[in-house]
Write a protein that binds this ligand. Structure first.
Ligand code: KG4
Ligand code: ZN
Length: 346
């Protein structure tokens, strides 16, 4: 196999996506990556509505596939295989993608591979940087938060993760509590940059407990209490109060992630990796304060810190196409194991 080109399809949450990725002598190359978000469709409901998401995927996915192939300058006949997210995620959306992929595969006779969405995120550093196994991975998004050691294409070891909210969810809820727009992460980060992170000291949950598990829901409650105390005291919160609350909240999240990363490294480094590395994925990895904390921890241990470009860190289909290529090269997974799964731990 000198080169392989795969079409990828992703529809497990609120992004309809298709992409074409090639693997060759130079490693991985994204030929096209189309992502159609649904933020506006769900904006009035304070969260993703599964029924609305499923319908939007069913309406949009074929268009995404057509665009992805056109932008890559290819037709379906030119690809070597099709990879589709077959879980975990909202089952209606996952089914839309799986049904479309099965139809395309049946019509074209191309191999079809089901991919775990989390494996897609976890294998992305190999697409962008050719990272060697084993590496440490931190997934931090609106829906996920976990540390994994990637030992191989099909071998991921979960070290721990959130026991309640994901950090992105906590950022989004914080924005909501403070009357800021969604998605909350970027807005809270901007406000925090103008605030005093020392004025409010929010809890750093589970730091007293061993291991890599995390909890972020108590932080949101603490923020709510601090906000309500200010309102009770002076009838409302000022712009500066809001900035200080954002800064205090962000500092707490960054401190927890940095400390848990230190602990994850302590479990990973004894494996003796030839090129020790921590890779991050997920929208929250865009946060500069959080990034700075992770980079400092890595630098102190001589570990490479790697953050793929954001468009490949957030939900996309290039990571699914790439995971399909990796599995195909490893001789893993055929059509027989392709079922849609709402839950599917790595
Ligand atoms: O990876 P992503 O697009 O996937 C989902 O989980 O859907 O992550 C989105 C999440 C949102 O919760 C958003 O508020 C958060 O990532 N986020 C951020 C930042 N940018 C996006 N959180 C903190 N700081 C940011 N700059
Ligand atoms: Zn994701």
């Amino acid at each position: 196999m000198a080169s392989l080109t795969f079409l990828g399809i992703e529809s497990s949450c609120d992004d309809s996506a298709a992409a074409v990725v090639r693997w060759g002598e130079k490693g991985g190359e994204v030929l096209s990556s189309v992502v159609e978000g649904q933020t506006a469709l769900h904006a009035d409901f304070g969260g993703v509505v599964p029924e609305i998401a499923a319908r939007a995927h069913a309406e949009r996915l074929d268009g995404c596939v057509e665009r992805a192939l056109a932008e890559a300058g290819l037709s379906l006949a030119d690809v070597d295989g099709i990879a589709v997210t077959s879980g975990p995620g909202l089952i209606g959306g996952v089914l839309s993608g799986v049904m479309l992929a099965k139809g395309l595969a049946a019509g074209s006779g191309k191999p079809l591979l089901g991919v775990n969405h989390l494996a897609g995120h976890a294998l992305t550093p190999r697409l962008t940087d050719g990272l060697a196994f084993p590496y440490l991975m931190l997934l931090v998004s609106g829906g996920h938060c976990q540390f994994l050691i990637a030992h191989g294409v099909d071998h991921f070891q979960r070290l721990g993760g959130t026991i309640d909210d994901a950090p992105g969810e906590a950022f989004d809820k914080t924005a909501k509590l403070l009357g800021l727009p969604q998605p909350g992460g970027p807005v809270v980060e901007r406000e925090a940059a103008l605030g005093d992170a020392t004025r409010f000291r929010f809890p750093r949950p589970l730091l007293d407990r061993e291991g890599c598990d995390m909890s972020f829901s108590g932080l949101k409650t603490a923020l709510l209490r601090a906000r309500d105390a200010l309102i009770a005291e002076k009838g409302g919160i000022t712009v500066q109060d809001r900035r200080d609350l954002c800064a205090g909240f962000q500092a707490a999240v960054a401190a927890v992630l940095a400390e848990k990363t230190r602990r994850a490294l302590a479990l990973y480094l004894p494996l003796g990796p030839a090129e020790p590395a921590l890779a991050v994925a997920g929208g929250v990895a865009a946060n500069q304060t959080i990034r700075a904390g992770l980079m400092a921890v890595c630098a102190a241990s001589g570990v490479r810190f790697l953050a793929p470009p954001l468009r490949l860190c957030t939900d996309n289909a290039a990571m699914i196409a790439w995971a399909g290529i990796e599995r195909f090269r490893a001789g893993l997974g055929g059509p027989t194991d392709l079922v849609a799964r709402p839950r599917w731990p790595l």
